[in-house]
Design a protein around this ligand. Sequence first.
Ligand SMILES: C[S@@+](CC[C@H](N)C(=O)[O-])C[C@H]1O[C@@H](n2cnc3c(N)ncnc32)[C@H](O)[C@@H]1O
Length: 295
Amino acid sequence: MNTVAQLLSFATKELKTDKRINNVEFEASYILSEVLKVPRLQLALIREKLVNKKEQEKIENAILERVGGKPLQYIFSETEFLGLVFKVSQKVLIPRIDTEFLIDRVATDIKEIFLSAEGYLDRSGFDRPNIKVLDIGTGSGVIAICLKSLIPCLDIDAVDISQAAIKIAKQNAANNEVLINFFVSDLFVKVSDSYDVIVSNPPYISAEEYLQLPDEIIQYEPESALRADEQGAYFYRRILDEASSYLKPNGKIYFEIGSKQALKVKRLSEKAGYRITNIDKDYADLDRVITIEKA
Ligand SMILES: C[S@@+](CC[C@H](N)C(=O)[O-])C[C@H]1O[C@@H](n2cnc3c(N)ncnc32)[C@H](O)[C@@H]1O
């Protein structure tokens, strides 16, 4: 039997053989922490502990899968996002840090514009305002679930064309103890309500850009969650074309966008009778979130 320290050093050495893995020490400790069910930062406290044969096998298998290119989140079927834990499988995209900006913008606007306009922030907080949100292309459910956790009074519908994604999103909502109405729909096809907020992180990678993505993404993440026709603009165009029947008079649309898509989405918005009120940048100072309302 080996100790935690020995297996950490073994994992580090093996992961180093794959040049695609940048943060080898972090990933080695992540693997041990997941298998041994010990928080990563506490591994240092159990360095001399012996690891049993079954756990060692799991660690070795995880290293093999990782060196084969599989993302850690798919190896362990979960990921952490904005302080919550989400189940993921290869049927859904691994939530990206970019999407935090989208959630942050939507949550801030809901509090500052929608809730304060109705006087809810001055009263007992979030009692029963009727603020309806639609999340299009919910995937693992991260956007809907984080919004509902941040602002529990919201009434959220969330759709995806993938039945498998909706199943995972429902499990994630249950695990995180929030109520969201998830259903399968090709964009608005099964949607009948109208909303204060329509939010979407749709597929937005053009066919050309898709081919340049790292193998790890192409091989493991669902193409249907990433690639979009019309040079990445297909879903923005369709959502903007159809949204007016589903948006309340003062409603807003929030999109996560590719860093070079702001101008394209601006043109599509104007063509569909909307205007852009805000473009937020991400940590790398790239355009990432666009806010749209009726012109
Ligand atoms: C970029 S992923 C976003 C997943 C998740 N919202 C997130 O931010 O991590 C796009 C999602 O849109 C879904 N999707 C693709 N085409 C769709 C369509 N026609 N109608 C609804 N959802 C669609 C995909 O299945 C995928 O889950």
